[in-house]
Design a protein around this ligand. Structure first.
Ligand SMILES: NC(=O)c1ccc[n+]([C@@H]2O[C@H](COP(=O)([O-])OP(=O)(O)OC[C@H]3O[C@@H](n4cnc5c(N)ncnc54)[C@H](O)[C@@H]3O)[C@@H](O)[C@H]2O)c1
Length: 455
């Protein structure tokens, strides 16, 4: 299959000594590049691995930070970066021609109309296509392997990325290069589920590619691998993992709306129902970030392209997207019931990141809540010890503080369950609150002995 000419027989790269390029060094790409960049032995064969690893990114500031040992995403420590002695960082495209394996981990966001924005993925595919063209000009007989890890809709790798690589390189898939898709499942801020401790799904453009890609990940992933039957299956599996989670949260969010009218505490209901062996205790709340609140739109986009208009998936998205304003409405209703003055009320918002113990601000729905508070004439103060205040200002025009000012607020909203907020005790909460003030606990973390409003 890989014969290029009668004389020259091309082969896939040597596992132990190949050069791996990781394209896009964010939450996903960096931990992976660091793992490949450690001196280690293959987990499957026990053979010594001596790979060169090229970490490529277009963001020069990110590369400068990483070179000085700073990972602003907090996924990798200075020591871990130092341990990855085989890893080098670059923004020079020409360096990429030295690679045998290209792993693409660039963002796959949505645009303002919630359609997939594939520009970074297409740009990265162009970069890889150009690099492998230079390799071929160097007359190497090694077949390059290109693996996508970015979350996409089923079909994106073969229908969008592969044609770009073919056009740029002048090579044909499964002749001049092979391809695969291996989704990432890490969870930012989660120190238990790391890249090597999560089972890795692999897929390939043909059987040889699948075997090779599976061996590559198998050499470093302690949790092992799972061979998907083809690339589209692997792409679809990733996108439904997050779609299922989004819908499960949408269900409990809808239940929270019903129970609020009925005067029942949703978290108490969930805890009670969870005593049954097959009840899954999802919690109500905001759904932000670049995965759960984005990936379902990749699926629905593809679905609509092929003539099926999804109902349940989009209904879940609508409920979850509407939670921020619903929560603020509940607060306003409670304030009105307590005859509090809404205009000018000082509200302390605890947490801006899209999830706990992580600095990631992408698509955080707390921002929508803040916008609603401001529309009602309230004055929010935002505290988040995890986020970079400059980035928060740049992204959302919001001032963020690391600790609350010692004044009394008419309302406090616990929006994110950062460790620092979980450890606040009843007296400390009382000191921050006006005598008639409301502590709205969206995460169910505040002690129940003080009068807490929950959803
Ligand atoms: N963050 C997560 O928890 C997570 C989990 C699973 C899957 N994913 C998926 O993985 C992909 C990457 O997500 P992320 O969170 O790591 O993104 P990120 O924004 O943290 O990092 C992406 C990096 O790619 C770089 N980049 C952008 N365009 C590039 C290009 N053309 N060439 C080289 N570098 C480029 C950016 O500068 C950035 O450093 C996305 O598809 C995402 O949906 C993310």
């Amino acid at each position: 299959m890989f014969n290029r000419s009668k004389k020259e027989i091309a082969v896939l790269p040597a596992h132990e000594s190949c050069t791996v390029a990781v394209i896009g060094l964010g939450y996903v790409g960096l931990p992976l590049a660091v793992e490949f960049g450690k001196k280690q032995v293959c987990l499957r064969t026990n053979k010594k691995l001596n790979r060169r690893v090229i970490g490529f990114d277009i963001n020069k500031q990110r590369l400068a930070d990483l070179s000085s040992g700073l990972d602003k995403t907090n996924e990798t420590t200075k020591d871990q970066l130092e341990e990855a002695s085989l890893l080098e960082f670059t923004s020079k495209k020409s360096t990429l021609k030295a690679a045998d394996v290209y792993i693409v981990t660039v963002p796959t966001p949505i645009d303002s109309s919630k359609k997939p924005n594939l520009e970074p993925l297409m740009e990265a595919s162009k970069t890889v296509g150009e690099a492998i063209k230079l390799k071929v000009n160097n007359k190497t007989d090694v077949i390059p392997v290109i693996i996508y890890e970015s979350t996409v809709f089923p079909g994106a790798t073969e229908e969008i990325c592969v044609p770009i690589i073919e056009k740029e390189s002048g090579l044909k898939i499964n002749e001049g290069f092979v391809c695969g898709y291996s989704p990432e499942r890490i969870n930012p801020g989660d120190k238990d589920h790391r890249v090597t401790s999560i089972l890795k799904v692999t897929s390939g453009s043909n059987q040889e590619a699948l075997d090779w890609i599976d061996e590559l990940y198998g050499s470093i992933i302690k949790a092992g691998t799972y061979r998907a039957s083809n690339i589209k299956v692997a792409e679809a599996a990733k996108v439904i993992e997050n779609t299922q989670r989004d819908l499960n949260i949408a269900l409990v969010n809808e239940l929270a709306m019903i129970f609020r009218i009925l005067g029942i505490d949703t978290n108490d209901v969930i805890e009670t129902a969870a005593t049954k062996w097959n009840f899954i205790p999802f919690k109500p709340g905001l759904v932000g970030g670049h995965c759960i609140s984005v990936d379902p739109y990749y699926l629905t986009y593809k679905s609509e392209q092929v003539g099926y208009h999804p109902q349940i998936v989009l209904a879940g998205r609508r409920i979850n997207d509407g939670m921020s304003s619903w929560i603020v409405e509940q607060l306003v209703l409670e304030m009105a019931t307590r005859k509090m003055i809404i205009g000018g009320a000082k509200v302390l918002v605890l947490g801006l990141a899209f999830k706990e113990n992580c600095p990631d601000l992408r698509n955080t729905r707390v921002v929508n809540m803040i916008t609603s508070l401001i529309k009602y004439g309230m004055t929010p103060t935002i505290v988040d010890p995890w986020v970079d205040s400059k980035e928060a200002y740049k992204s959302y025009g919001l001032d963020v503080y690391a600790t609350p000012k010692k004044i009394q607020y008419q309302a406090i909203i616990i929006a994110v369950a950062h460790n620092q907020f979980c450890s606040i005790n009843s007296n400390e909460w009382k000191e921050l609150l006006d005598s008639n003030g409301i502590l709205l606990d969206l995460k169910g973390i505040a002690p129940r002995d003080i009068n807490v409003m929950r959803i």
